[in-house]
Design a binder for this molecule. Structure first.
Ligand SMILES: [Fe+2]
Ligand SMILES: [Fe+2]
Length: 440
């Protein structure tokens, strides 16, 4: 063998040693620990997104005091000389070998429909400048994104969903996450994966999180509680029922009332709150989001308590759209009688169940839904344009997967236009990419 050939064989052996194919589910590598440099920077809506905005970020515990600066953005960098400074509220989160300071600020007295620039940090350790736009104080058209359960292989594979969604609709003013954001709510590594996957998107677009069962401690009954990472990571409106602080809430955005419910506990108590929020609602559109479903997308996952307590209110008060997750499949349809299975496309909201991460279950054989999907990571782009709601669901490879419109006319039921014929054929486990036979 010639010397060059020997070298080539040796080189190939070296390369191969580091790249042996392992389980495809293997997570992307990450350093989950904080440093003095701000990271995990995230915007959240307040009760009044036209005039205020919340920001939360993380450092190591060497940073005792932090602050945020904000100014109306300008194409000249000279806006940085016109900033207002907000001291941060700082909270320690300690969990075994993990310790971090979580800092938060609520920017107040902002002008509606105005582009602001902000940064967070300390006098010698700043983040970059992020920009966001406040909500208008009128019913102006806007777009938002919805993502169902991310949950698994968050950095490795869910990152495809958030990045594809943002690239498809960068003008989105909100991003709703339908719960099971992570698989283990108490895992600082998984929260780090989530922040790393979304990166600066979280600092530019207000994030609207819904609590899933996986954000709860993995115990049962009374042992279950919403993870402390929820309260550390997010700064959310505190206008829900007091015992579910920051996990059920509502806010109005340019003519739409968004109602976030906690499907994990206190379902009846929330029904009383839900009724008051629906009764006193001056908005043209109403959208609810929660994790567990009114109608299951997969077999044997019935949430009767939620259906019995909340669905009559959705029907009575004309909720337009309900966004859900939990079932790791796609489903979209209208009301259906759970016993007779008779569909009723004329009353009540459109129900959507979706999944953005890579864990999939088989779709419900009862077929209450008019459109279903399996084995597919998805995201949704929803645009409210005066009297029309445009809904599109896309695969993370950017194929149109579902589409409909809801049209409003005062005093009349909504008109529903099914446009799924524009989409690709329904994906099932049988007709989409399956695992090689040697993979578990
Ligand atoms: Fe779930
Ligand atoms: Fe889930």
């Amino acid at each position: 063998m010639k010397v060059n050939t020997v070298k080539a064989v040796f080189f190939i052996l070296l390369i191969g040693a580091g790249c042996i194919q392992t389980n495809a589910w293997t997570d992307a590598a990450i350093n989950p620990f904080p440093t003095p440099v701000p990271d995990h920077i995230i915007l959240n809506c307040t009760t009044n997104p036209a005039n205020s905005m919340a920001v939360t970020w993380r450092t190591d515990t060497s940073v005792q005091e932090a602050c945020a600066e904000i100014a109306v953005a300008n194409a000249s960098f000279n806006y940085i000389f016109y900033t207002e400074t907000y001291p941060a509220k700082t909270e320690l989160l300690k969990d075994g070998d993990y310790a971090a300071h979580y800092h938060s600020v609520i920017f107040e007295k902002l002008k509606p429909n105005t582009l602001y620039a902000y940064r967070v940090g300390t006098a010698d350790t700043w983040s970059e400048w992020f920009q966001f736009r406040t909500a208008g104080d009128d019913t102006e058209p806007f777009t938002f994104l919805y993502l169902g359960d991310g949950q698994n292989a968050i950095l490795s594979l869910w990152s495809r969903a958030i990045r594809a969604a943002y690239r498809a609709a960068p003008e989105s003013r909100l991003i709703i996450h339908g719960g099971d954001i992570v698989a283990n709510g108490d895992s600082y590594t998984e929260w780090s994966e989530w922040h790393t996957a979304a990166g600066w998107i979280n600092g530019m677009t207000p994030i609207v999180p819904v609590p899933g069962n996986h954000e709860y401690y993995h115990g049962h009954g009374l042992d279950r509680y919403l993870t402390k990472f929820w309260f550390a990571n997010f700064t959310l409106p505190e206008n829900g029922i007091p015992s579910l602080r920051e996990s059920n809430y509502y806010f109005d955005y340019q003519g739409v009332r968004f109602i976030i419910l906690n499907g994990n506990e206190k379902i009846e108590e929330q029904a009383v709150w839900l009724k008051s929020v629906l009764k006193n609602n001056p908005n043209r559109w109403t959208i609810a989001a929660f994790h567990q479903t009114i109608y299951a997308a997969t077999n044997n996952r019935d949430h009767k308590e939620i259906r019995v307590n909340w669905k009559p209110l959705f029907d009575k008060y004309d909720v337009d759209l309900v966004l859900m997750g939990h079932d790791h499949a796609y489903a979209r349809g209208h009301n259906v009688d759970p016993k007779t299975k008779i569909k009723d496309p004329y009353t009540g909201p459109v129900y959507v169940v979706s999944v953005s991460g890579p864990k999939f279950y088989h779709a419900n054989e009862n077929r209450w839904m008019d459109r279903a999907g399996e084995n597919t990571q998805l995201y949704q782009i929803i645009r409210i344009d005066n009297d029309t709601l445009h809904y599109q669901s896309f695969t993370v490879t950017n194929e149109l997967y579902d589409e409909f419109q809801i049209r409003k006319s005062p005093g009349k039921p909504n008109i529903f236009l099914d446009k799924q014929d524009r989409a690709i054929p329904e994906r099932t486990f049988q007709n989409s990419l399956s695992r090689p036979p040697d993979q578990p």
